[in-house]
Design a protein around this ligand. Structure first.
Ligand SMILES: NC(=O)c1ccc[n+]([C@@H]2O[C@H](COP(=O)([O-])OP(=O)(O)OC[C@H]3O[C@@H](n4cnc5c(N)ncnc54)[C@H](O)[C@@H]3O)[C@@H](O)[C@H]2O)c1
Length: 322
């Protein structure tokens, strides 16, 4: 039994690959290295360099490694880029997935895990977002993730593939410094970047209807997220023929101002943030209900925001010194 992890050399994929290999699973990574680094992978995980949307390559890899399950993380993931290049996002995230699922069905592989996102919900006005909250994505990235979920469930039903879609909330932190996210697209690296340049962190809007006026989000440590994948992989073994869609968050809201305070404590750079205008499209609050993950996967996040920021900071220093 072998798991293929697409995007396995990426930030989240490398955490998942390492954890599954440590748990004793056979794992092979497939990554085109457009945003990944081979050195993130442990020696026990072979890397096939190529596209997850190349049907011929998939056929070869499935046969050569006797693949019995796929964890699909490869995707384009930047909201602003998706607004500027929607056709590329639909072609890669959705069209590419169709090719991958055809190859999975053709090879008789019966387990499929999709990396989805809280972006599928858009900006719902609720205290806790459950999996039953209506999905109304507000950008092409979120739309492609929602279309991916529909496609995965439909292909699962048509071809007898057991499926799980994991909707990640705001991922942060690093399981080891060398595995850290090197992109500057999420709030934690964005604040590190500002501090490193000697500039004050920015808050976009402090007049939201939240306790301190800044946006509230649900941050999840990438090591907890990797554990959720392992739990989901086990669920795919025991729930043959089903599909499952699950939020992956902590169920706890943290405001931007609170997060910047923790970052100040961890980095020792406590300069006061500057408040700028709201960004279009930012929801005041987006916090997961984590109940279904606990019930269906037996998984609950264990790590808090301080641990996320500390590990992300170690990763940031590591990448700046190497
Ligand atoms: N990081 C987050 O906060 C977050 C939140 C929600 C969902 N997600 C989803 O998690 C997944 C992984 O995200 P990440 O943060 O690790 O991003 P990442 O960019 O670090 O990893 C993606 C990996 O996929 C690879 N890749 C891209 N296109 C490919 C292709 N066609 N064939 C093979 N490999 C390809 C890249 O080289 C990279 O290694 C994505 O599907 C993303 O949409 C991420």
């Amino acid at each position: 039994m072998t798991w293929l992890i697409t995007g396995g050399a990426g930030y989240i994929g490398a955490h998942v690959a390492r954890l599954m290999a440590d748990a004793g699973d056979e794992v092979v990574a497939l990554d085109d290295l457009s945003a990944g680094f081979p050195e993130r992978l442990p020696a026990t995980v072979p890397l096939v360099e190529g596209s997850a949307y190349d049907g011929q390559l998939l056929k070869r890899v499935f046969a050569e490694y006797d693949v019995t399950g796929v964890v699909h993380l490869a995707a384009r993931k930047q909201v602003a880029e998706s607004v500027a290049q929607p056709t590329r996002y639909y072609r890669e995230n959705v069209g590419g997935l169709a090719t991958l699922l055809e190859a999975v069905a053709g090879a008789g592989i019966g387990r499929f895990l999709l990396s989805s996102s809280a972006a599928v919900y858009g900006n719902p006005d609720v205290d806790l977002i459950t999996e039953a909250t209506p999905c109304l994505p507000v950008n092409p990235y979120g739309e492609t993730k929602l279309a991916d979920e529909w496609l995965v469930r439909a292909a699962g039903r048509a071809h007898g593939i057991t499926t799980v879609c994991l909707r990640y909330f705001n991922v942060a932190g690093a399981g080891a410094p060398e595995l850290a996210d090197t992109g500057v697209f999420n709030i934690v690296p964005m604040v590190f970047d500002r501090l490193t340049r000697g500039e004050a962190p920015r808050i976009f809007g402090d007049d939201y209807p939240t306790p301190d006026g800044t946006c509230v989000r649900d941050y999840i440590h990438v090591a907890d997220l990797a554990e959720a994948h392992l739990a989901a992989a086990r669920a795919l073994d025991t729930r043959a023929g089903s599909d499952l869609t699950v939020n992956i968050g902590r169920g706890e809201g943290v405001s931007v101002r609170e997060l910047i305070t923790v970052i100040g404590e961890v980095t020792g750079d406590r300069r006061a943030p500057v408040v700028e205008g709201r960004r279009p499209g930012d929801a005041p609050r987006a916090v997961a209900s984590a109940a279904r993950a606990a019930e269906e996967l037996g998984w609950t996040a264990r790590r808090g925001v301080r641990e996320m920021v500390e590990s992300a900071w170690q990763g940031w220093l590591h990448h700046r010194s190497s």
